[in-house]
Structures are given as C-alpha cells and as structure tokens.
Write a protein that binds this ligand. Sequence first.
Ligand SMILES: NC(=O)c1ccc[n+]([C@@H]2O[C@H](COP(=O)([O-])OP(=O)(O)OC[C@H]3O[C@@H](n4cnc5c(N)ncnc54)[C@H](OP(=O)(O)O)[C@@H]3O)[C@@H](O)[C@H]2O)c1
Length: 293
Amino acid sequence: MKVWVIGASGLIGSRCAAAFAQAGHRVTGTRRQALPGPWRPLDLLDGPVVREAIRLEQPDLVLLAAALTNVDYAEGHRQEVFDVNVTGTGYVAEACRSVGARLVYFSSDYVFNGRGGPYAEDDPPDPINVYGASKLAGEEQIVQLLPDAHLIVRTTVVYDWHPGGRNFVMQLVEQLRRGQVMRVPRDQLGSPTWAPDIGRALVALCRAHASGIFHVVGPERLNRYDFARAVAAGLGLNEELIDPVATAKLAQAAARPLSAGMSHSRLNAVLQEPMTPVRDSVAAIRRCMEAQA
Ligand SMILES: NC(=O)c1ccc[n+]([C@@H]2O[C@H](COP(=O)([O-])OP(=O)(O)OC[C@H]3O[C@@H](n4cnc5c(N)ncnc54)[C@H](OP(=O)(O)O)[C@@H]3O)[C@@H](O)[C@H]2O)c1
C-alpha cells in the first residue's frame, strides 16, 4: 500500500511513518518547513498545492498528522488555528476524495469538556478551548467530505524520546536535567500514550479496515503529576524537582479539560498486543536517552 504522511516530521507522524514502513508499506511524507531530510515541504494552507501533490502521489492511504498543536498559542489566534486545522483539513479531505484515498485524521480528548472522563468514542464532544474546537471542526469536515473513507484517531498526552520536540516528557527531561523545578498539574487526569504505540495500533486498525472513531491511548489513566513522577523515576531524574500544583495556578491561556483521558475498549478489540504501560515505555525511552548521552 502507498501511504502518504502529512506532518511526517512531527511526533505522531514520524512514528506512524516508521510503523507503516516496517510493516512493508511504501511511505512518503511531508512537513511544513523546507529542511534537509526525507520529507517534502507542503503547507496545508495552500489548497491547490495540496491537490496537486496528492495527484502526483496517488496514495492509497493518507495520514493527516499535521496541525497547529500549541494549545495556549491557539487561544489568541483562533483564525490562524481554524485556517490550518479546519480549512487545511478540508483541502486534504477533498484531495483524498479526488484520488479515492482513505484518510486517517488525528484528533484529541480536547474535544471533550473534561467533566466526565474517561471518554468513550460515542460520548458527546464539548470543547472548552480553541484548539479543541478546531479539532472537533476538523473531525466534522472529514465525516462530511469522506463519509465512507475515514478513520478518526483520538489520542492524548503523547510522549516519546524526540530530541528537539516539545512533548511533555522532553520538557520534563530538559528541566530536571538542568536542576530546575517543574510545576506540574496534579488535577489533570489523562491517558498518557507512547507515540510508537500509535503507529503500531494504526497499522493494526488499517489492516482490520477500521473506520469511524477510535480512541488510541495508553492503558493507564493518571494525573499529570503522577505521570511526571513515574517518568522521572524511570529515567533516574530527581523527582523532588517536580512541584504539584492546581491547574488554575498555572494561569495558562487555554482552559484544560481536567477529568479527561479516554477509554480504549474499542481499540483493544482490534489490537493483538495491548498498548504499553508507562513503566515499560519509559524503560525504552531511557535506553534512547542513554544511547545519545
Ligand atoms: N501530541 C499530542 O499529545 C497529541 C494529542 C492529541 C492529538 N494530537 C494530534 O495529532 C496530530 C499530530 O500531533 P503531533 O504532536 O505529532 O504534532 P507536532 O509534533 O507538533 O508536529 C506537527 C507536524 O505538522 C506539520 N505542520 C504544522 N503546521 C503545518 C502546516 N500549516 N502545513 C503543513 N504541515 C504543518 C509540522 O511540520 P514542521 O515540523 O516542518 O513544522 C509537523 O510535521 C495533530 O493533529 C494533533 O492535533 C496530538
């Protein structure tokens, strides 16, 4: 199968590209910036370029892992975020329709209000910040434009060893290694998800011809502070530098869903091997970290 990954330089896109390549598929990909490396530049905001690129690629499957993902930045930049995450998504969906490709769209538990997690796929969305609203509007575009050829993968708190990346684990490692205190919310419940598991799960879902919405999340529901402590302990970093605080104390621009996280029973019915617990994924991250020390 020909797989085209839009956002292949990102945390999720890169792990999905690797998983499909390892499963024997032909993988090409794009990123926003023109930088050295295997991925071609493509801006989601340029509809005609998106259409022409897909016409040349003729993929069987498109993974849309590109988005504007900075939740606090999104709050003050609604138009820009909707342009990328909704209008851009629409361009990709229309382009997929024109060549008969299936589309996987990555979404988030931020489509929910965080008053009743863990959430199942059929629970009613109710986003409480701009980023979440844009992800939900992106989902709606996909369903409308590709009613029979889409898979929506909702995930959350995605982490891995990703030098140069800004995922929560990389931020924690950076600050704790410098001996700096990191304030971490103790009242945000979520389902930390190891990025390589998303790639593996997606290959299994596509093999099973899954469609509709699937929650692809790690097996544990933890508050962010307990997650941070587990990561620090597993990586041999100083846990005492992690300062538990209430989310409200962080005065972030975007509201956060507090009781979030998602259930994974629909996913588990398809996966042969369950998603990896935090302890095991952190052991794998430690090996990467030590290899690069
Ligand atoms: N990470 C999470 O915890 C999480 C949780 C739930 C859902 N998601 C969703 O999963 C998807 C991937 O997230 P991620 O964390 O892997 O993202 P990421 O690491 O921030 O990577 C974003 C990717 O999108 C590309 N990109 C950004 N703006 C673009 C534009 N205007 N046109 C084309 N490409 C653009 C980036 O290219 P450059 O590298 O060249 O800038 C990069 O390849 C997103 O849809 C996100 O909403 C992520």
